[in-house]
Design a protein around this ligand. Structure first.
Ligand SMILES: Nc1nc2c(c(=O)[nH]1)N[C@H]1C(S)=C(S)[C@@H](COP(=O)(O)O)O[C@H]1N2
Ligand SMILES: [Mo]
Length: 375
């Protein structure tokens, strides 16, 4: 849907009308988004499965008002047998439960300079849940996707304005990616029906991908003959150097490790106060469809690295726990952690910048003050 009057902008520009880029102080619009879309407090890295109320959230528009009694999922387009399924019919189908780590592609955006004016994540846009659903592949096989179909389009029920145009939240996958066996249509999270903010009654979950592909409040699945050109495929979720460049699409999660910040925080700055002596550092690491093969920590801002202990990957798409026994000495330290995956990708110490602030996996830094008796 296009704006009828192309002369005027529908809404005033953010960031003083310059562009979507900002330096320094945060805009009111960013704070407003941050209050709607919570992050996972990093101390929740303690849990192998994130409690639902601590899992991060990212919703572009309003949480739609959906009633399971009237809701249906339609599967149509270039298919031999289009169908409409009720929630009960979906729940009766073969069920799979998988522990899956999910991270927003914009995680780390607020650390970039300049930064894209959007949801201002630091490093907390993640979570791991036990997602239960039915494999998408079986449904696509039943409806018989035509040979001419090249993509499958997923439409959510939420609508809003972005870049002066009205959109539904829509994403597509190649038929090949949609047919992968791990792709699920999910109706439960940690054993409970999806909560409204996580996509009730049904969402897509794409293990290994950044979060944007996991379309919530799913209402329609359509097989199409040409690559889908919606806003969230063609404009958003791209690696670009400028506002206008097309760039490359954002896809799988890059390798990353994070730690539970040790000690106790300063209320406002979140700087850490730690008691001198033995300190157990711990956290988790993940790498899209790959696995993490090593985690290292540094106590001198990345000059020297020491190997951490890493739990082997037991659950296909879930993060792996790591730990390190540190003997904390009095003074100020910047603790860092970095992971390497099975393809030998290692996290960068400084982030390579991109316009939308996508796919940041720079090394985490935790500013710590160690004292002999902090109390
Ligand atoms: N319908 C719909 N699906 C959506 C979104 C959205 O705004 N609308 N946000 C996407 C983005 S950017 C992310 S990171 C994940 C977040 O999922 P969560 O809120 O359950 O953590 O949902 C994705 N699915
Ligand atoms: Mo996201």
């Amino acid at each position: 849907m296009k704006v009828p009057d192309k002369k005027g902008k529908r809404f005033p520009e953010i960031a003083d009308g310059k562009s979507h880029s900002a330096d320094g102080r945060f805009y009111k619009e960013e704070v407003q988004l941050a209050s709607r879309n919570r992050g996972m407090p990093l101390e929740a890295l303690r849990y192998a499965v994130t409690p639902v109320g601590m899992h991060y959230l990212l919703s572009h528009f309003d949480i739609p008002d959906v009633h399971a009694e009237t809701w249906q999922l339609t599967v149509n387009g270039l298919v031999a047998n289009p169908i409409a399924l009720s929630l009960d019919e979906i729940i009766k189908r073969p069920a799979v439960t998988q522990t899956i780590t999910m991270e927003c592609a914009g995680n780390g955006r607020a650390l970039l300079e300049p930064r894209y004016v959007s949801q201002p994540w630091f490093t907390e846009a993640l979570g791991t849940a036990e997602w239960t659903g039915t494999p998408l592949r079986r449904i696509l096989t039943e409806v018989r996707v035509d040979a001419e179909a090249v993509e499958i389009v997923f439409t959510g029920l939420d609508q809003g304005v972005e870049d002066d145009e009205v959109h539904y939240y829509q994403r597509s996958l190649t038929v090949e990616d949609a047919m992968r066996e791990e792709v699920l249509l999910v109706y439960a999270m940690n054993g409970e029906p999806l909560q409204p903010q996580h996509g009730y009654p049904l969402r897509l979950v794409l293990p290994g991908w950044y979060g944007m592909g996991n379309v919530k409040w799913l209402s329609r699945i359509e097989a199409v003959a040409a690559p889908f050109k919606g806003h969230y495929m063609e404009k958003a979720y791209r690696y670009t150097q400028t506002e206008d460049e097309q760039g490359e699409p954002v896809t799988l999660m890059k390798v990353r490790a994070l730690m539970v910040p040790p000690g106790i925080p300063d209320w406002q700055t979140r700087q850490r106060l730690v008691k001198a002596g033995p300190v157990k550092l711990m956290g988790r690491a993940w790498a899209g469809r790959s696995s993490v093969t090593s985690v290292e920590v540094s106590m001198d801002t990345g000059i020297t690295w020491l190997p951490a202990e890493l739990e082997p990957q037991t659950l296909g798409y879930a993060w792996q726990a790591w730990s390190f026994s540190w003997r904390a000495e009095c003074g100020r330290h910047v603790l860092c952690v970095r992971a390497t995956d099975a393809e030998n990708n290692t996290q960068p110490i400084n982030q390579a910048w991109n316009f939308q602030g996508m796919g940041n996996n720079m090394v985490q830094r935790v500013d710590v003050l160690v004292e002999s008796s902090p109390a």
